[in-house]
Design a protein around this ligand. Structure first.
Ligand code: CMX
Length: 139
């Protein structure tokens, strides 16, 4: 597996509008807009910082994984996941599996921004929910 960079850090928030200004106006991240990812039942705000991004994740349904995560913490915002850009997602998943890691997604699926993504279970990655992702070359 070749890990190229930290693609983004995901922060679970009950409401994007309430937390956007901290990152955009105070910390000076570049706000790149929002997108609803129906498959994941989240609305995502993209905030660029250097080569990486923060993503604020707001649940859009009661059965969203992000809603469950927030509910377990009294609906308070907190770190949710880290995403690592890899050069070959399918090969990376095979490597993770053969090394004994627990995959949440056995095969890549489409995530925010049209990237191919797959999650590894936090129980096998030191308690950190980890996303592997592969963007198009021009992203
Ligand atoms: N980070 C670290 N640990 C987490 C976690 C997270 N984000 N979410 C859950 N866990 C832990 C829980 O604390 C719990 O640990 P204990 O057993 O020690 O208490 C364990 O994982 C099971 O948690 P759960 O609340 O019972 O939740 P589920 O097993 O139903 O689901 C998970 C957990 C990670 C499998 C699920 O959230 C998932 O599939 N996540 C990947 C998809 C996702 O998060 N999508 C939203 C973002 C999409 C995007 O960025 O585009």
């Amino acid at each position: 597996m070749t890990a190229k960079k930290i693609s983004h850090v995901g922060i679970a928030v009950p409401n994007i509008d309430e937390y956007l200004s901290i990152f955009k106006d105070t910390l000076g991240f570049e706000f790149q807009g929002t997108e609803e990812v129906a498959d994941q039942k989240v609305k995502v705000a993209f905030l660029k910082v250097g080569e990486s991004r923060f993503e604020l994740l707001e649940p859009t349904a009661d059965d969203s994984p992000v809603k469950k995560y927030l509910d377990k913490n009294d609906n308070k915002p907190r770190f949710h996941h880290v995403a690592i850009e890899v050069d070959d997602l399918t090969a990376s998943l095979e490597k993770a599996k053969s090394d004994g890691l627990q995959l949440i997604d056995e095969t890549p699926r489409t995530g925010a921004g049209g990237a191919q993504i797959a999650f590894l279970h936090p129980k096998s990655t030191a308690g950190v929910l980890t996303e592997l992702c592969q963007h198009h070359e021009d992203h």
